[in-house]
Design a protein around this ligand. Structure first.
Ligand SMILES: Cc1cc2nc3c(=O)[nH]c(=O)nc-3n(C[C@H](O)[C@H](O)[C@H](O)COP(=O)(O)OP(=O)(O)OC[C@H]3O[C@@H](n4cnc5c(N)ncnc54)[C@H](O)[C@@H]3O)c2cc1C
Length: 208
């Protein structure tokens, strides 16, 4: 196996987790990628899945909660830390970082940024530990680049909403326990202004 040399253009980042913890974690992630993940690339390619023991190791290392705030069970990484981790994982095949990257990225950030306190307390610790994996469902068969044209509807019915529509290309969909689903809650308002985000649990009636 070729020896990899990792270059980090970033110095100490005072706004992030403390320097020695960060250095230790980065060292262990480099080793993990080099010694554990890269040798598995051919297996991932052949079997089209990440071995479950590797996913469990990633959970133990905290990867599923990297940028989830510490108060909700994550490591509280900031953007710079996140970029550094992505550089490290850029040395191996993308599926390894996609499974946790989607979870802490588009899967979690809607709740981190705009969730209620109850939603944060309910979902983020489970996501940070990897107990549930999250996905973000925006793209539809007739709506990709022009995301604001999406057709999935969300109609209020008493105290809840009924969502109707089809999504596609949703990363983590087969494994996800919760989805942030973008749907048109105001049919009279075209474009993005009529769209809202909904947290949909996997066992919600009618989800397939
Ligand atoms: C690996 C992968 C993971 C994904 N994960 C997710 C996910 O987790 N959640 C989710 O919601 N979606 C996800 N997507 C979907 C992704 O966001 C869409 O594929 C993307 O928005 C493009 O939509 P489309 O595939 O329908 O292509 P289209 O929008 O139909 O575009 C087709 C082509 O036309 C070009 N084009 C489109 N409009 C214009 C224009 N006005 N002018 C010039 N050229 C144009 C595009 O550049 C492209 O080359 C994922 C896609 C991939 C490939």
């Amino acid at each position: 196996m070729d020896t990899l040399v990792f270059h980090f253009p970033y110095g100490e980042n005072p706004m992030s987790i403390d320097h020695s913890t960060r250095t230790q974690l980065i060292d262990s992630l480099e080793k993990f990628v080099r010694e554990r993940l890269i040798p598995l690339e051919a297996i991932v390619e052949k079997e089209d899945r990440i071995p479950s023991d590797v996913v469990e190791e990633m959970k133990t290392m905290g990867l599923f909660g990297l940028s989830i705030p510490e108060e909700y069970g994550g490591l509280g990484f900031n953007m710079l830390d996140d970029v550094t981790v992505n550089i490290i994982f850029g040395h191996t095949t993308p599926p390894f970082s996609t499974i946790f990257g989607t979870n802490i990225g588009i899967g979690a950030q809607g709740i981190v940024i705009d969730g209620t306190e109850d939603q944060k307390k309910k979902y983020l610790p489970q996501m940070a530990s990897g107990q549930i994996i999250s996905a973000f469902a925006m793209t539809e068969p007739g709506s990709g680049s022009d995301a604001a044209s999406l057709k999935t509807t969300a109609i209020k019915d008493g105290s809840h909403y009924v969502l109707n529509g089809t999504k596609r290309y949703i990363t983590n969909a087969p494994e996800a326990g919760i989805f942030t689903v973008m749907a048109r809650s105001d049919p009279k308002t075209p474009g993005s202004a009529g769209i809202s985000a909904f947290i949909v649990e996997r066992d919600s009636p009618g989800l397939s």
